[in-house]
Design a protein around this ligand. Structure first.
Ligand code: KG4
Ligand code: ZN
Length: 340
């Protein structure tokens, strides 16, 4: 008998639902919210409202594209946190009502843990190898920048963390300073392709251990542009590609340096990437180089599983299902991170 997990993700500005058959992905629907673009960032109130509008059509599409009947579902896995409370509330409430109505278990999933589990996603017939435990994972998203030792499908130990901003947030803020659209990461990635990464230099932070800091970089970008704009008010327009390439290179260098330090410090030979920033073309290439240099077994999720999606929630949920780790109907969202 197959196990079918319905995954629900609503932590930020993507409403997503996915169906997994055992550990194979049958469907992954994502409704991204365009409403935030003109504000240059996610507006929580608008996000919750859009989740309310999207959640039922997205779940219906996921079930119908999986070609199953909802009565076949074994459990409903949902993102419990971290994320925007109002956004999480929509997914959590929907998941509870749906599981309760079907009389099936409810599984709570940590969003950051699920990003890591995206490395285990396969569609039917796909034979790509999976990371072996324990492995190191660089988790880079809009709200988090962490290095973790992943010991098994349920546990991770965070050995490095940002002390201020996240890498994705730095991409987004740099884009905002340059009046580029939100989210800034993919825009900078694209514009940087025709730029010179050595055109401008930005100072890198000196932070001990495996921790990260990005707030100083953000400030130095802001001051640098403010000074240059005083001399030439078209400085940004004239140098957009070079600025994007140089800012991107600084962020990626910081990430790669710490990852290399973690590889050397732990001796772990399997490395994975996770989170929205792992969609970045230069980061993916830099990680491949790092893996070649140290002869590491490298795992990078498919592009569609890097940014927020419910497939990864269903995957993390499947591992919890196998251990009978279910949530009660009183489960409530948490806004900030918890250790799992
Ligand atoms: O994981 P994610 O979808 O949401 C969170 O959990 O935060 O990550 C979103 C972040 C945003 O900051 C976005 O700018 C960044 O991922 N991002 C990228 C790229 N695609 C998305 N950053 C750099 N390069 C990209 N290609
Ligand atoms: Zn995320």
């Amino acid at each position: 008998m197959h196990t079918y997990i319905l995954g629900i993700e609503s932590s930020c500005d993507d409403t997503s639902a996915a169906v997994l058959q055992n550990n194979f992905l049958l469907s992954n629907e994502i409704a991204s919210q365009k409403v935030h673009e003109r504000f240059g960032g996610v507006v929580p109130e608008l996000a919750s409202r859009a989740h309310q509008q999207n959640i039922i059509p997205v779940v219906e599409a996921a079930i119908s594209h999986a070609n199953i009947d909802k009565k076949q579902l074994s459990a409903v896995a949902f993102t419990r946190g971290p994320g925007l409370p109002g956004s999480l509330m929509v997914g959590v409430s929907f998941a509870k009502a749906f599981a309760w109505a079907l009389g099936i278990p409810l599984i709570d999933v940590d969003h950051m843990h699920a990003h890591i589990m995206a490395n285990f996603l396969r569609v039917p017939g796909e034979t790509r190898s999976m990371p072996e435990f324990p492995f190191l994972c660089l988790i880079v998203s809009g709200g988090h920048t962490q290095i973790a030792i992943v010991r098994n499908p349920l546990e991770r130990e965070i050995i490095g963390n940002t002390i201020d901003d996240a890498a994705g947030e730095t991409f987004d803020k740099a884009a905002k300073i340059m009046s580029l659209p939100y989210p800034g990461g993919p825009v900078i990635d694209k514009l940087a392709q025709s730029g010179n990464p050595s055109a401008f230099r930005f100072a890198k932070p000196r932070i001990a251990d495996l921790n990260f800091s990005f707030s100083g970089l953000k400030t130095s970008i802001l001051y640098f542009l403010r000074d240059e704009l005083k001399k030439d008010e078209q400085f940004i327009e004239k140098n957009t590609a070079d600025l994007c390439a140089s800012i991107q290179k600084t962020i990626i260098d910081i990430l790669v340096d710490k990852t290399e330090k973690a590889v050397n410090g732990t001796g772990i030979r399997t490395l994975a990437l996770a989170g929205g920033v792992s969609a970045n073309s230069v980061l993916r290439a830099a990680m491949r180089q790092l893996a070649d240099k140290h002869k590491l077994d490298l795992h990078i999720p498919k592009l569609s599983y890097t940014t927020d999606n419910a497939a990864m929630i269903a995957m993390a949920g499947y591992f919890r299902y196998q251990k009978g780790l279910f949530a009660g109907l009183d489960a409530a969202p948490y806004a900030t991170g918890v250790k799992v």
